[in-house]
Design a protein around this ligand. Structure first.
Ligand SMILES: Cc1cc2nc3c(=O)[nH]c(=O)nc-3n(C[C@H](O)[C@H](O)[C@H](O)COP(=O)(O)OP(=O)(O)OC[C@H]3O[C@@H](n4cnc5c(N)ncnc54)[C@H](O)[C@@H]3O)c2cc1C
Length: 369
């Protein structure tokens, strides 16, 4: 007879896997259910910049999670590499911001969150063509990136090594509740009795909760926001730092490949790519780095970000079901907020003091439908 796990997690993106890892480290028996293969949705499609774009224009609740995650990333990446022999390529390559009209805000944010910065000098601007539009450019030398497709691969392997049960191709479509408690999950791979359930279904979270708990009064508001990317097959050292120019960016990987991203589109759950986005990203990339014309575009893809109005995720217990929690809605910053989000939820469910004030992330009727 199989025992009922302490924690059952629905959705195996970066958030589900980091949450599983955190609860396993705290001594819980964890099962992770994923409707396809883990780590193949937004967490695979993202760029892996470990810094929100213009964080000083966003809610402080985002920066608080970012700061804590940034402290966790070097040891997380090292531990995953050592345990799985898959290097997630944490790389503090720095970020150059070419246009920064709100320089004072940026400066105040960097001071507050102890993020090294300097006005970009000739050396940091050297790789840019002279025609590049500059507006109070800022150089942030310690901003890092993670190679997210490798991160999710190494996380999957690490969880399996640790004995976490991952059940793939397991689509949750019904939930049996009694007295405001989740009792049973009905899935395409059979029924699962549960103790604690955590929904980490990214962009599908709101839709899933509507389907499986139609009588709930409170549902987090999370909508899919499509992002398209291009990948150039360039040579190593063609570009050595991340460049953010307006709404788009270039990210150089260690093997030379360069990502150009991204679009922000509201087309429901459609993930098709478009020629228009390809042209926009291609033109942007070549304007910023003309030598990219010598390198082929290797691929174009789209992912669905779990979009919320403010970008602040929902982390905490569902107010109507005593054993149901949510960790979702990380919008454009799930990779950079993930480690701290997982820690926060684990502390909340373990009734421990949390390092971060949990209030801004709570699932309350004011924030929900
Ligand atoms: C183009 C692009 C660029 C980005 N760049 C960055 C960046 O540079 N830095 C950064 O920090 N973030 C970035 N992001 C955002 C980041 O990728 C997301 O915030 C993050 O991946 C969300 O993780 P998640 O685990 O919540 O969602 P996902 O990775 O989408 O995982 C959710 C999982 O739930 C599963 N699921 C859904 N329904 C069910 C069900 N019924 N039963 C079982 N499983 C289910 C899905 O199959 C999926 O695997 C980017 C995103 C995109 C698209």
């Amino acid at each position: 007879m199989t025992t009922v796990p302490d924690i059952t997690i629905i959705g195996g993106g970066i958030i589900g896997m980091l949450t599983a890892r955190e609860f396993h480290s705290a001594g819980a028996q964890v099962v992770l259910l994923e409707k396809q293969q883990v780590g193949q949705e937004s967490s695979w499609a993202g760029g892996g910049i470990l810094m929100p774009l213009y964080p000083w224009r966003q809610e402080a609740a985002i920066s608080v999670l970012v700061k804590q995650s940034l402290a966790l990333y070097p040891s997380l990446a090292l531990a995953l590499h050592t345990a799985t022999e898959i290097d997630p390529e944490w790389n503090p390559c720095g970020l150059l911001l070419t246009q920064n009209p709100d320089y004072e805000l940026a400066q105040a944010w960097c001071e507050m969150y102890q993020m090294p910065y300097q006005a970009a000098d000739e050396a940091s601007l050297a790789s840019l063509p002279t025609a590049t539009v500059l507006n109070q450019p800022l150089w942030m030398p310690t901003v890092a990136q993670i190679r997210n497709p490798r991160l999710v691969k190494s996380l999957r392997q690490d969880l399996l090594n640790k004995g976490v049960r991952i059940i793939e191709h397991c689509d949750l479509y019904e939930v049996i509740t009694t007295q405001q408690q989740v009792q049973l999950l009905i899935t395409s791979k059979g029924n699962f009795a549960v103790k604690e359930v955590i929904i980490t279904a990214g962009a599908w979270t709101q839709k899933l909760l509507h389907t499986v708990l139609p009588r709930a009064q409170v549902h987090p508001i999370i909508q899919p926001v499509k992002g398209q990317m291009l990948l150039f097959d360039a040579k190593p050292d063609t570009l050595t730092k991340i460049i953010l120019a307006g709404e788009h960016y270039l990210i150089p990987r260690r093997d030379g490949k360069i990502l150009a991203g991204s679009t922000v589109e509201h087309h429901g759950f459609e993930k098709y790519t478009t020629d228009a986005a390809k042209q926009t990203l291609y033109n942007f990339a070549l304007n910023l780095l003309p030598e990219l014309c010598h390198y082929p575009v290797l691929s174009q893809w789209a992912g669905l970000r779990p979009g919320t109005n403010t970008g602040v995720p929902y982390i905490g217990r569902h107010p109507e079901f005593s054993n149901l929690s949510i960790n979702a809605g990380h919008f454009r910053n799930g990779l950079v907020m993930g480690p701290a989000s997982a820690q926060l939820l684990c502390a909340i469910l373990s009734n421990q003091l949390t390092l971060i004030n949990p209030e801004p992330y709570q699932i309350t009727s004011q924030r929900c439908l």
